[in-house]
Each structure stands twice: as structure tokens, then as C-alpha cells.
Design a protein around this ligand. Structure first.
Ligand SMILES: [Zn+2]
Length: 311
């Protein structure tokens, strides 16, 4: 069976593994990136150790998901947390070193491709994948191809404007969807309601209201807390309205919701589905499914290998 090595390069850790063509991990490991030592060569050396550890003579290639903007030729233009990763041909370095095909892709795009090939997007042609966390990241596969754009920076989905007179966003713009569904904004929404005097178990769970987490809001909702329910419905309605626009534009088979905030579960998913049904064009809304991510904790490793198993 075909195999590939998948590398999930992060600013702190390198996660790696040997993966078969069906997306099963045969072997895996983790090493420190050592980026803080400030040397490009040290990071390359760590990645090489990872590849040697996962090595199998019969691999088709090595797929690398890295932070930063990456072009079609495996050149990383810029990656803020990695030393010297500036106009750096990562693909060439590892092809010379190991004599195998190497594919390099932006880490968020890599995950989208992994979900498309092996995860919740399996069997589709067009997907939107959103990662709900501190920010709102994402990517798009359209007609079986990753959407990359003119300078390989497409799909900054979190910074699409949903209210042009709305909240200030961290990116400098106004009314971006991230300013309604990002982690801190969810917490702030709960705090605002508490300060207005709404009753909730949340105020008893922390000393200081700023200690509230989305997980606590989920737990409170599970216990029947009305304020927590309102927070999730507001957040998920904003997300659903935003997605209705994307549904109209891209006509996706599936929308995949990944990341820590997606753990909010059924209240999030059902509200997003309902809002899309109400607000997108009817025939498009009927086509699309909204589902949780399929790859789990080793998504980065499986996705790295998926870059080699292009359809
Ligand atoms: Zn923004």
C-alpha cells in the first residue's frame, strides 16, 4: 500500500508520522521545533530527525504543513514564528536531502486538504472548512482543488465583513465575522449579559468574569443555563448568516467546523444549520451539510501526508 510521511510544523513542536493511502497512521512522533534558538538550520535539522524517524524506503513522498504563505513551488515567502523562513525554498531543501517528492503547503490549507481527502470532506468536490478558536481560520476546496488565489493567500475567511458598521476587529477592519465568533468575543458577550444583570451559573464559576472560557459557557448551557444558551445562539446565528453568504457564492457540498470552539456541539451546529436554511438560497441551502471535523488530534500529520496523495 502507498505511504507518505506527514509533517505538521508548528512554532513549538514538530508532529510527524508515517501514513498510508487510506489515512491511517502507521507510526508517529513529536519533536521540539527549537525555533527559539533562532537558526533556520536547527529547525531543518529537527525536521530531518522527524523524517528519519518516520522513514520507510517505499514512501511516495513527504508532505509538510507549515505556518506562513507558501507558493505552488514550495517556497515559504514569510513565516513570522520561524527563523529565516523568508523566500525560503523548503521543498528543494528536503528533496535534495531525501531524494523523494516533497509537497509544502500552508498549515491551514493542509488541514483543509486532509479533511477533504480523509476526513469529513471525503467523497465531496467542494468544501468550506472553518477552524473556530481564538480567531476564525479556514480554507476552501473548490471542484477538487485548494483555493489559493493570486499570491497564495486566499480564504482569509475570518476577515470577511458581516456588518460594515459593526465591531472593531483585531485585523484593523470593522465588522469582520471573527469579531462575532472568535474566542474572546464569545466570552465578552457572556460578560456583557452578566453585567446587565442577567442570571447565570457562570458568575459563580469564576472569581473574575474575565476568567470565563467558552468551555464553561458550554458546560453551563448543558446544565440548562439560559444566558449561556443565548450566547451560543447569538454566536451561531452570526456564523450561520456569514456561511449563508458563502453557500450562495460557492455552492459547497459540505461545511466542516473544526477547532476548540466547535466542541460547543449540538447548539452550535443546529443553529448554524437553521440559519443557513433561513438565509441562503433555498436550493443551495438544501444541498449543503454542516458537519464536525473528522480527523481529530493527529489532523496535522494525516493532512501532511494527504498533500502527497493528491487526487
Ligand atoms: Zn478582521
Amino acid at each position: 500500500m502507498k505511504k507518505a510521511i506527514g509533517i505538521d510544523l508548528g512554532g513549538t513542536y514538530i508532529k510527524y508520522g508515517l501514513v498510508d493511502v487510506e489515512g491511517n497512521i502507521l507510526k508517529k512522533g513529536i519533536l521540539p521545533t527549537n525555533a527559539e534558538k533562532g537558526s533556520r538550520d536547527i529547525v531543518i535539522e529537527q525536521m530531518s530527525c522527524a523524517i528519519k524517524d518516520a522513514w520507510d524506503e517505499n514512501i511516495e513522498g513527504i508532505g509538510i504543513g507549515t505556518p506562513g504563505v507558501v507558493d505552488n513551488n514550495g517556497i515559504v515567502f514569510e513565516s513570522p514564528n520561524l527563523p529565516g523562513w523568508h523566500n525560503f525554498n523548503v521543498k528543494e531543501v528536503f528533496e535534495k536531502k531525501f531524494g523523494k517528492k516533497v509537497v509544502v503547503e500552508n498549515d491551514a490549507n493542509s488541514i483543509v486538504w486532509g479533511e477533504y481527502l480523509f476526513g469529513a470532506g471525503k467523497g465531496t468536490r467542494t468544501i468550506i472548512c472553518l477552524t473556530l478558536g481564538t480567531g476564525l481560520g479556514g480554507g476552501v476546496v473548490i471542484n477538487g482543488k485548494l483555493l489559493r488565489g493570486a499570491i497564495y493567500s486566499a480564504a482569509e475567511l475570518g476577515h470577511m465583513v458581516v456588518d460594515y458598521r459593526g465591531r472593531k476587529c483585531g485585523c484593523g477592519s470593522v465588522g469582520c465575522i471573527e469579531a462575532y465568533v472568535g474566542r474572546d468575543y464569545i466570552v465578552k458577550s457572556a460578560i456583557r449579559k452578566i453585567r446587565k444583570g442577567e442570571k447565570t451559573v457562570l458568575s459563580k464559576m469564576v472569581k473574575d468574569l474575565t476568567e470565563i472560557t467558552p468551555k464553561m459557557i458550554s458546560d453551563a448551557y448543558q446544565k440548562g443555563d439560559k444566558l449561556a444558551e443565548k450566547v451560543w445562539i447569538e454566536m451561531a446565528t452570526a456564523l450561520g448568516a456569514f456561511l449563508a453568504g458563502l453557500v450562495n457564492m460557492l455552492n459547497p457540498d459540505r461545511i466542516i467546523l473544526a477547532g476548540g470552539i466547535a466542541q460547543a456541539g449540538e447548539i452550535l451546529f443546529s443553529t448554524v444549520r437553521k440559519t443557513i436554511a433561513e438565509r441562503a438560497m433555498k436550493v443551495l441551502a438544501k444541498t449543503v451539510e454542516v458537519v464536525p471535523a473528522g480527523l481529530g488530534n493527529d489532523a496535522g500529520i494525516i493532512s501532511g501526508a494527504a498533500l502527497i496523495f493528491q487526487k
